[in-house]
Design a protein around this ligand. Structure first.
Ligand code: GDP
Ligand code: MN
Length: 398
């Protein structure tokens, strides 16, 4: 589960990680009030107005802007709230902005020193099964670009889970980032607190880009991308409550409520499958047949009429769907029961305007095929994988 930047920063701050301070606002007037409050608390005269959406690259899309007085705070916040922000990480339609973070300008030179930007992330290295800190002197840029063009500027520090992040490791980070004096000390504190926050919040990714060295040598998080491990949300109720459903696909949210494992994709063939492995294989099959999967949908172990109907309902919400392939392996759940479920669901739904291909294999597959073929419904049956693929190809050709 992803957090908004402002939520991520609050989380970091609660673990003692220094952050660029800010106040979230839902409209232009709130933004002005937030800016006034920040000026009282921090002395800042300039503010940055930052769109709060779950997508990176907001700066490039015009979602992060500097305001030099309250009038500018008001106009900029007014422009950003309500806009459909398009960034390199969103679709072409963009993401609707519902709120902005009004933050203190931390790039403002206070005493003649220089600012510099770094990249710091914490994530799991799946190869070694250990958490690691990944960091670079090249802050504020796409880390993918840095990895491609100057991979030698990316460093990693792996953490032994038995002992945690050791002080010498935090110092090595500061050393590799070429810091000295106060900034060096600040960076070791920053990294230590950041790692603690990562572990103790059950996060799966922290990406802080940029981490800023201010002109007076403080180290702080200017941006915060925080993902919490979904499997830990049951014991992180206060974090689970931060979920913003407006940021998620409406169909995916509804499917989740129905207990279906559904991921929205861009293709034209809807799939309904039991088991994630079979769902993956089915998506390959659809591609081979010349189609593109419209979704990933795992109905799970109990493919009864109610679940099949719920799955139909979800798949048909996607207007791009031109055909539906149901591919179910009947192990514990017998194929004839699934077939009856498909027939009942079809009848309950009234009209379904796209061709349906049902492939049932496993226990009682033959009885299931007879049920489908004898139902009088506009449903094609198949028992072999290839046969199902051919039928998908056939219906897409018309
Ligand atoms: P992203 O584009 O979604 O990654 O959003 P960021 O939070 O990283 O902000 C984008 C860019 O805005 C940063 O790389 C900074 O260069 C700039 N920025 C952020 N905060 C400030 C600030 O306080 N003052 C100034 N002048 N620029 C800022
Ligand atoms: Mn950023």
């Amino acid at each position: 589960m992803n957090l908004h930047e402002y939520q991520g920063k609050e989380l970091l701050s609660s673990f003692g990680v220094r952050i660029q301070r800010g106040i979230v606002a839902q409209n232009a007037d709130e933004a002005v009030a937030a800016a006034k409050k920040l000026t009282e608390d921090t002395g800042t005269g300039w503010h940055v107005i930052k769109a709060q959406v779950h997508a990176g690259g907001r700066g490039k899309g015009g979602g992060v802007k500097l305001a030099k007085n309250l009038e500018e705070v008001k106009t900029i916040a007014g422009e950003i709230i309500g806009m459909d922000l398009v960034t390199p990480q969103t679709s072409a339609e963009g993401k609707r902005v519902h709120q902005v973070l009004v933050a203190e300008d931390v790039y403002y030179p206070t005493d003649g020193g220089e600012t510099s930007e770094f990249y710091v992330s914490v994530l799991l290295n799946r190869g070694t099964g250990r958490n690691m800190i990944m960091y670079s002197t090249e802050g504020g840029m796409d880390i993918e670009t840095v990895a491609e063009q100057t991979p030698e500027l990316i460093f990693t520090e792996e953490v032994d889970p038995a002992v945690g992040l050791l002080p010498f490791q935090a110092r090595r980070v500061a050393f590799n980032l070429k810091l000295s004096g106060l900034a060096f000390k600040e960076m070791t504190k920053f990294v230590t607190a950041l790692y603690k926050a990562y572990v103790e919040s059950d996060s799966s990714l922290f990406e802080i880009n940029p981490v800023l060295k201010t002109s007076d040598d403080k180290i702080m998080a200017v941006d915060a991308k925080v993902s919490i491990d979904d499997n830990a949300l049951y014991r992180r109720k206060e974090l689970a409550a931060l979920r913003d459903l407006r940021e998620e696909s409406a169909i995916e949210v509804e499917a989740g409520e129905l207990g279906l494992n559904y991921v929205d994709l861009d293709g034209n063939v809807g799939c309904m499958v039991n088991g994630a492995g079979l769902a993956m294989a089915t998506m390959d099959l659809i591609k081979q047949a010349g189609g593109e999967p419209a979704n990933f949908l795992d109905v799970g172990g109990t493919a009864d009429a109610a679940r099949v109907e719920a799955a139909f309902h979800i798949i048909l919400k996607d207007p791009a769907v031109k055909a539906i392939l149901i591919n179910i392996f009947g192990g514990i759940v017998r194929c004839d029961r699934v077939a009856q479920g498909v027939i009942d669901a079809y009848k309950n739904m009234g009209t379904i305007n796209v061709p349906i291909i049902v492939r049932l294999q496993g226990t009682n597959a033959d009885i299931a095929k007879k049920l489908i073929d004898g139902s009088g419904l506009d449903v094609m049956s198949a028992t072999e994988f290839q046969e199902a693929a051919d039928k998908v190809q056939q219906v897409l050709a018309v």
